[in-house]
Design a protein around this ligand. Structure first.
Ligand code: ZN
Length: 240
């Protein structure tokens, strides 16, 4: 069966109200101090940074956002019986909320909806950790070992999970159609997957508001808004 894969970036979630933190108007560009909250060394060594990071997580729109038409169209394609895989640079969990099964979604940058212990790797739903903030803790330690907790999102100074990345490479090579949606395709290694897909014979479709470095090798470049483009492209794919 034809394997249809999606590499998704921040642009697919802006219709869900999630700002593009790395974009030209992103928070990190406007407030260099905010970058410390997501930098591993600062986070691990400074309790004040951790307290501020927990307050940011508590208020994050990411956790209350809803999937939009593009996330739903991908989930719908999966339900229709097509072989679908999603590789995402996003940490918002919206593909899974839209109905794409968790095992078919590779989260290259981790998830804001999960916490992990930096000592013993115990993991759990972020809502559990945030409930402890509501109960008065300001930097909740691991309940198993007392270690420092963080979200599973990959911070500056951390590497991507090699297992997740390895699986993403395999999925990419096996894809017959590869959609790059809402990603500027400038952050490696994720960006390189688009080129890899093309090298391995996939039909590469780039859907992004701005030009990407892979537009030249793409079979189709789509500039229309993602919320209408993705449902349209997937209807055409289903009818083909
Ligand atoms: Zn622990």
């Amino acid at each position: 069966m034809t394997l249809v894969s999606f590499l998704t970036g921040a642009g697919i979630s802006t219709d869900s109200g999630i700002p593009d933190y790395r974009g030209p108007n992103g928070v990190w560009r406007k407030d260099p101090d905010a970058e410390k909250l997501v930098t591993y060394g600062y986070y691990m060594n400074d309790p004040e940074i951790r307290r501020r990071a927990w307050q940011v997580r508590r208020r994050a729109v990411t956790l209350t956002a809803e999937p939009n038409a593009a996330h739903r169209a991908i989930a719908e394609l999966d339900r229709s019986g097509a072989s679908v895989r999603v590789i995402t640079q996003n940490v918002d969990g919206l593909h899974q909320l839209a109905g794409t099964p968790t095992r078919k979604v590779l989260e290259l940058h981790g998830s804001a909806r999960q916490f992990m212990c930096t000592e013993c790797d115990t993991r759990g739903p972020m809502a559990e950790a945030l409930a402890r903030l509501d109960a008065g803790e300001d930097d909740p330690p691991c309940l198993v070992c007392g270690g420092i907790l963080k979200s599973t999102t990959v911070m500056f100074g951390e590497n991507l999970d090699p297992l997740v990345l390895g699986e993403a490479v395999e999925v990419t090579k096996a894809s017959e159609v590869f959609f790059a949606v809402g990603s500027s395709l400038q952050v490696h290694p994720a960006a390189g997957l688009a080129g890899l897909a093309a090298e391995h014979g996939a039909r590469l479709v780039a859907v992004n508001a701005e030009p990407t470095p892979y537009d030249d090798v793409a079979d189709e470049v789509v500039r229309e808004p993602i919320g209408t483009a993705v449902p349209r492209l997937l209807r055409e794919l289903a009818d083909a």
